[in-house]
Design a protein around this ligand. Sequence first.
Ligand SMILES: *Cc1c(COP(=O)(O)O)cnc(C)c1O
Length: 236
Amino acid sequence: MDMITGESIADRVRGILSNIRTAAEKSGRDSHCVRLVAATKTVPVEHIREGMDAGLSVLGENRVQEALPKIEALAQTQVQWHFIGQLQRRKVRSIVGLFDLIHSVDSVELAHEINRRAGEVGLAQDVLLEVNVGRESTKAGFRPDGLVQLVATMAPLTYLRIKGLMAIPPPTAEAESARPYFIQVRNLAQAVVAERIPGVRMDELSMGMSNDYAIAVEEGATLVRIGSAIFGARHG
Ligand SMILES: *Cc1c(COP(=O)(O)O)cnc(C)c1O
């Protein structure tokens, strides 16, 4: 139970799933096309289980060392794992195949490394390309300009399946201020689709977090990554 709101993790999960449905309907979208990815960094497994009982089916982790024991602890469940944090090239080998989707491919070099390691174990790894929509010097990701050309260079990588885009807009005081960034992500995905690059799909848009997910859903998000609105503020 949260000391302040009195809401349980399960209550919050149900509330968010309901808000996602409302936002999808508001924009004429089918809410089944939107998946909630629970961002579980620093969250203990007992709390994750509470959320799963209320309907969480996809978990997003940021750090390889933290994720591996959690994946082990929840191995008997049907939950899906997504990798959402910055990924170092030397860690790629330990995660290919363990995560259904890597949201955070932020360089051509990382794409090549994932392709190489996935090829070694004979599987295809689904990924999203992270776009630095705010063109922030402190943030990882591909610059929007030139993305289409770079996608074409990564498309031939046999063991890498590009499924869409991910973005974290610059922090804004009002959730509404993130809307232009979400629109920009959707437009970029459309620009990639227009190139008809063989093997590249833009089915998934990973955008929206605790503060702005409803707006992201209105603008086309298919994956929203939500942490604090489910599990409370992080302390570590
Ligand atoms: C922590 C995290 C989130 C969730 O952030 P909240 O504001 O707590 O919802 C989403 N995406 C990424 C990449 C994160 O690291």
